[in-house]
Design a protein around this ligand. Structure first.
Ligand SMILES: O=S(=O)([O-])[S-]
Length: 154
């Protein structure tokens, strides 16, 4: 019998097929005027606590119907992004990698996973805001990311 895969093995396997982008590379691209779709796949309470300005929120649990026409969860901006660079974002870069596999299988050829997720983005000084679009400083953002981890999203 084949051994069951661990969570980390699943993530490692996903990362063999989903390219990653470093936070500093993404910042440079945005500063240079590139407009990839920033797609945050964390849970609703995590997104409310903080997110990258301008990111679209689609929790991983509804990602596949959100990416296709005709479902209650359909997210038109995502459906329209099939040929666009899509940067998948989570807390540390694991859920985003796993999400990337299915998006690739659904025809999104230019999917990337944000390496180290929002932890890495914040460590590199990337802007983050709360649900009322208020900017958060690094320490506040870090505290919110760590609080999210207590809910199981390590
Ligand atoms: O990478 S993750 O902490 O969001 S599961």
């Amino acid at each position: 019998m084949t051994r069951p895969m661990t969570y980390q093995t699943l993530v490692d396997e996903a990362l063999q097929q989903v390219p990653e982008v470093f936070p500093c590379e993404l910042m440079e691209a945005l500063e240079a005027g590139e407009r990839p779709l920033l797609l945050d796949v964390r849970e609703p309470d995590e997104f409310r606590a903080l997110h990258i300005p301008g990111s679209l929120h689609v929790p991983r649990g509804v990602l596949e119907p959100a990416a296709e026409e005709g479902y209650e969860e359909t997210e038109p901006e995502l459906v329209a992004a099939r040929d666009r660079v899509v940067i998948l974002i989570c807390r540390s870069g694991r859920r985003s990698a796993l999400a990337g596999v299915n998006l690739q299988r659904m025809g999104f050829a230019r999917v990337r996973s944000l390496k180290l997720g929002l932890k890495g983005w914040n460590a590199d000084g990337g802007p983050l805001q709360d649900h009322e679009d208020r900017p958060l400083d690094d320490d506040e953002a870090e505290a919110r990311l760590d609080a999210g981890a207590e809910g199981g999203a390590r």
